[in-house]
Structures are given as structure tokens and as C-alpha cells.
Ligand binder design. Sequence first.
Ligand code: GAL
Length: 670
Amino acid sequence: MPNHPAWPLNVPGIAYGGDYNPEQWPLDVQLQDIELMREAGVNLVSVAIFSWAQLEPREGEYDFAWLDDVLDRLHAGGIQVALATATASPPPWLTRKHPEILPRTADGTVLGQGARQSYAVSSPVFRRYAVAMTRRMAERYRDHPALAVWHIDNELGCHVPHDYSDNAEVAFRNWLQERYASIDDLNAAWGTTFWSQRYDSFEEILPPRAAPTFVNPTQQLDFARFSSDEQLAHYRALRDALREITPQVPTTTNFMMSLPDNKWVDYFSWSADMDVVANDHYLIAADREAHIGLAFSADLSRGVAGGAPWILMEHSTSAVNWQPRNRAKGPGQMLRNSLAHLARGADAIMFFQWRQSLAGAEKYHSAMVPHAGRDTDVWRNTVELGRRLKALAPVKGSRVTADVALVFDYPSWWGAELDGHPTDALSYPQEVLRWYRALWQRDITVDIVPAQADPTGYRAVFAPMLYSVTDQDAARLTAAAQAGAHVVITFFSGIVDEFDHVRPGGYPGAFRDLLGVRTEEFHPLHEDEVLALDDGARADLWSEKTHLEGAKAVRTWAEGPLAGLPAVTRNTVGDGTAWYIATRPDSEATGSLVDQVLAEAGVAPVVADLPTGVEAVRRHAADGSSYLFVINHTDRGIDLAASGRDLLRDQDVIDTLHVPALDSTVIHER
Ligand code: GAL
């Protein structure tokens, strides 16, 4: 396969901009847009994401003239374009002519026209129209000098991650026939001897639509895998059309890698298909530690990109419009958010959207140019960010490195939260973020890696709630411990294989030998039940009747039905150590366990003794120099030991770096 460029073409320095929807504005505003973009230092905008109905107002009748003008004007202004395929929302004439392309929910509700993304991703009819539109775009703009990267569809699977329509039914069967050699294999994998579920042929199989009670768990998991694969198949179809016509132009689409939502696309399985990874991230305004979730999302983006630079395709300058209460960002918050993404490997900082809409469902969503115009903090921040990103151009291409890995596995998320389980209170993202948060608070840089990665070489590897693992994935974690790593595994891990069949002989099946423990029964705790451990720490949610089989108890239960039994254990394995956290300790106790692991593993923070609420990340350049990002989320200025060139203030720093309250600094260290 030819090598495709891995970055938008002809964008100097850090890319900066946002979604640009000029079709919502008269010409005079569009002309002013170019001036304002230049004032802010914008050099890349996403265009035509939702423009299908404008570009093809009636089937087969095209109106590209307005878009030609937009691209010409942007180019004349020195602004490059992430050009969309315009296929993210079908035009009304299409759903009217072909209502069979509409998606359906599990209970049979048809999701109609009037919002966006009202298409069944497996519909061959929709695919045909979407590919045809994509080809039109590629043929029209193949030689346009503003074309920097293709932006395929938009947030694939955002509103309709699972479609249960007749189209999906057919595609699901085809997918299953690829996965299983015969119906007997499928019956074995799905365990259909249970509840009279035996299938005699693939024709009998349906998507997991609404049913009287728990639907077969392996059927649910296969449907989740299928649904993620189906979005990828759509991506590939559009990408292949583009590559045929414009092989010299990179392709991407914007992922949604934020927790706790965005569960249903397994982005690690898309990595190999991406020329460049792009992510959208929005803060949850009610979360006072939203900057930690942001850091996770950025680290996950870098993980999915395999360490390569990635594009922050969307975030917000201030409030969004889709949370229960949409609060404006506080002083300096947008600038800190932007630099935090940059610190963790983004080389492009973009927003939804350039100019705040006056009409439509998103008119109360912030933008780079707000309703109130230029005399606003939002606009001043837009200009200031442009200035900062220009000063940070040398950072482009430098890389983040980490001594600690955290295993993140979408299928474990899907599996752990299925119905009919020991407790319905488990949340995979909560468990993952609990450990990530403790690491963030200690200023430890973390690589987020898939379960299929080889973790050898990391000093510490955290695998929270890694519910379903293959034998090979489990073996790699064991090998990493044997080679010297500290491997930390938490409750409800290694329980089932990839078909959701329990590994017998005691829990946590796949990791029993590695951890040196055997659990005979789960004891989930009642809501509001909190029990003491022997060191006085408290834990909730989960306990299990665990026996030591080689491991040593680090903490035991001080009370409750399991008093005296281990709650946290430690096993020596080869040159390394395997820890088992068989409950959910409170955040202080989680922190002290993390301290113990890091101390034994010899992992140091990026900057020693940072005050709480301050984050530091280092990017390393090919020439051996590095960039130290310090982001102060607190309302007090701080001083720390550092020397180098302060790129934002354009001055030398000798020994002591001052970072003002709610502000950030980037030091070039030579
Ligand atoms: C994203 C989407 C954008 C816009 C934005 C608002 O999910 O890609 O088009 O809707 O959310 O926050």
C-alpha cells in the first residue's frame, strides 16, 4: 500500500482553527471571516461537514459554486482546509425517496429526518449515495491548493452507535458468517444450549432487539463488535474513494475519545486505517476535575495514534449546549485546555466552531467568534491562543514518552457492564479514571495502550477491570511482570475469554497464576456499604472471597463477611511484581497504593513536588532538547525549578520558573 501523508498538507507550525460553516452566513460576513481568521492566526478550517443538502439540493443537481468561492477565499487568505465529504447527514430528498436507509432502535423506533445522522450505516443504498457524493467532492477539489486533509463524515456512530434496522440485520449475519466458520461454531461461541437458543442456520439470527429479558451476552458483544466494524467499513468505503482520486491527500475522521460516554467505537481497532488520528473533546462542566478527564482523552488519542502527532479536531472556546447546565469556561480555562492537549501530543488545536450560529440547534454553543462579537473575552482568547500557538511552532513533531502504561480495552468495557452480572453498579470508565486520576495527581505521564500491546519495558502497568482477555493478552502482561514491571490488576479482570465464557477454576481466571490468588466467590457490596480495611482505609462497591496461592496480603478486610481475608495482594513474579486490588479503596487509599507501586517501580514525576492541581508534561524533540509544559489549574501562582527558554513570554528562565494562577508556560529545555 502506498504511504499516505500523515499530516494536513501545507499547514505551517501548529494547526489552528475550527469547523467553518459559511453556508449559514451572507457574503459580507464570510468576507469578514477571512479577516478575523487572519487576525487570530487561523491556518486550518473544517468545511462542508453538513453541506450535502446545500451542495446537492435535488438528486443529481449540484451547486458547488458557493463552496468554490469559499475555498478560493480561504486559500487567498493563507488558510488551509480540512475538507469534509459532506456525508454526515443525508439531505431530506434522500430519506424521503429511500426511507429504508433510516436507522432503528432496539425497540423498533425509526429515527427520522429533522436532526442529523439519520442513516443506517449498513444500508447499501445509503453507502452508494455517500460514496457518490464523496467522489464528487474529490473530483471537484482534487487540485485545489487549499485542500490539506479529507475529513470523512463526522463523529461516526455519535448519535446512532447501534442500528437495529433490517439493513443491520443482513449485515450482522454477513459479519457473523465471516467470524464463524459454521453455525455450529457460532452456537458454541454464544453458548446457545442455554435457554433453548440453538440456531439451525444463520438466517435465524437477529440483532439483539428488545426481548423479554437478558439477551444472550455473546450476541450482545458480537453486535457491539459488528457495530464498531460497520462504522469502520463505512469509513473505509469513503476513504478508498478519496484515495483513488487524491492519493496525495491524507484522510481522517474525528473520533470521540472522552469518558464516561463514547463507549461503542473501538478506536484501537481503527488505528491502522488512519493516516492521522483526530479527536473531539468536550469538558463536562459539572465535573470540577474535568481537566483530568481531558488529559486522559488526550493520552488516549496519542495511544490510538501510536505515539504520532494527532489533531484535536474539536473542543469548545466556552460553553456547549448539550449538557443539563451549560456553563461558560472560567478565566484562562480555554487556553489551559488547549495547551494541555498540545502537551500530550496534539499538533493541531481546533474548535467547534468558528462563528457562533444564529439559528439551529447549536446556537447556544460557544464558538471562536461569539454572538457578542469582538469586544469579548472569548474573542480575545481566540486571538491570544493564535499568538501562543505561533510561538509554540517549534514543538511540532516532538513526542511524549512515559514509564507507566494503562491498559484500556473497549471490549472489556462492553463486557463488564453487560446485564445479569454480580452487581449493576460497575462502571468501567469510573474504574479506569480512578487509577488515571491518582497518577495524574502525582504528575506521572501515562501511555494508554490497548490490551493487544506489548507492555514490556514500562516500569509499571495498570490494568483496571480488564474483564475479558484472550490467552495471548494475558500472557503478555505476565511476560511484562516477569521482565521486571509492576503490573497492577483490579477486580473483575480476566474473568472471561473473548467469547464471554467464564474461565473456570476460580477467579480471576486468566490472571490467577500471575497474581498468585484464587477467588471462590464475589461479594459485591450494597449501595452505601463501606467497609474498613486493616490499615483503617475504607473501600466500597466490591469484595471477593480470595485465597492466597503464592501472593502476600497487603491489606485485609477488617470487618464484614470477609473479615481477615485479603483485599489487596502482591506477588513476586520473575524480576517483577503483580498486585491485585480486589476492591475499590477510597481515593486516599488508592493514592497510597499508587505511591507504593511507583516507589517500588522507580517511577518519578515529570516535576518533583508539584502543588495539587498543577500538571507538567514533557515533549521530546529529535534533536535531544525537550519542551516542558506546566499548566496551573489553581488560582495561585507557583514557582518551580526549571531552566530554559520560555516560549510564550519569549524570555530566558534561569533556575526558577514562575507560572501565574490559572495560566500555562512552555519551556524549551536544551
Ligand atoms: C460534536 C459534533 C459537532 C458539534 C459539537 C457540539 O459532537 O461533531 O458537529 O455538534 O459536537 O459540541
